[in-house]
Design a protein around this ligand. Sequence first.
Ligand SMILES: Nc1ncnc2c1ncn2[C@@H]1O[C@H](COP(=O)(O)OP(=O)(O)O)[C@@H](O)[C@H]1O
Ligand SMILES: [Mg+2]
Length: 368
Amino acid sequence: MLQSTEASSRSVGIELRDIVKRFGSVAAVDGVSLDVRPGEFLALLGPSGSGKTTILMAIAGFEYPDAGSILVGGEDVTWVPPNKRNLGMVFQKYTLFPHMSVLENIAFPLKMRGVGRAEREDRARAALATVRLDAYGDRKPSQLSGGQQQRVAIARAIVYKPRVLLMDEPLSALDKNLREEMQIETKHLQREIGVTVVFVTHDQTEALTMADRVAVLDQGKLQQVGSPQDLYETPRTPFVAGFIGETNFCAGTVRDAGASGGPVTVVLDGGALVAATAVDPVAAGGRVRLAVRPERLAVVAADGAALTARVNEAIYAGNATTLILEGPNGLPFRVRLPAGSQHAAPALGDQVGLRWSAEDARAFGDAP
Ligand SMILES: Nc1ncnc2c1ncn2[C@@H]1O[C@H](COP(=O)(O)OP(=O)(O)O)[C@@H](O)[C@H]1O
Ligand SMILES: [Mg+2]
């Protein structure tokens, strides 16, 4: 059995220092620096083509960076070949050997490392128990479901007690229910054995569900690293605000500015005067883009409201109703009303007021 104390005392951190990787004229990874803490579950999150797999391949040693260095457990492994790094890998396709039994599949990396037959079998059985497939050792991979095969792939990746487990979209081939189940299960397993995990996904819900911290990438650049709550509550770039959860964006001009991180007042294009919190340094007269979450918008009476909008659509989804509204200059807004709120949803065509607290509107200094 893999003992958690043993594994966690062995778990190591990873440091990426200013990694650059180009393919021709494309900078797949463009100056990424990142610390993964020992025993941490870190998700690399970003849209397709943002450089996630390239970063993982550089950590694994299958790609060498053009610039920068990679440390695992404090040791510079930038030029160390993959088989000398002692890292486990799980990919989207389970890549189990079809002609081998489940147990033989799991024991295979030990065989490659010259471990004797009896010990191989013991350790493979222990790994199989860790992923709760004790009874399936003699089956062929084709006799298992997709989720079971993925668990075997994980067992095979942890059987030699790697210092780090690297996972590249390992659940994306599974259907929704199984996938959600495996998200929780994989997270529990990681806690149990205490191994450091870097998990690549393009699915924000998956990243928020599984990870201690999430590193958000766009076009090869690191946008922000933080806990799921940090990213949702205090996005540092418009990209993060838009990529994690839902956000209303609207542009305007600063009227009164304080310090960065402080309150500002903004005249939205269309004339409404609203309050916000500056993320970037902004000055009076400067252009800003505001980001406000749909659940942080309050619907109030139109009379006396600075910002008014017309209700164009109400989408009922059981636990909440989403209103789609049209503000000044056709500016779209989405408002989320939780089920059971005391106020009835306004009727279609109603003109209503919209209000938010200054701390719920983040002002970015990048508006056109
Ligand atoms: N071997 C390669 N040859 C050429 N271009 C590549 C190669 N691998 C990745 N790229 C390019 O690098 C960028 C990042 O790719 P990748 O790391 O696979 O992104 P992600 O995993 O986030 O989808 C993309 O533009 C991709 O086309
Ligand atoms: Mg990828």
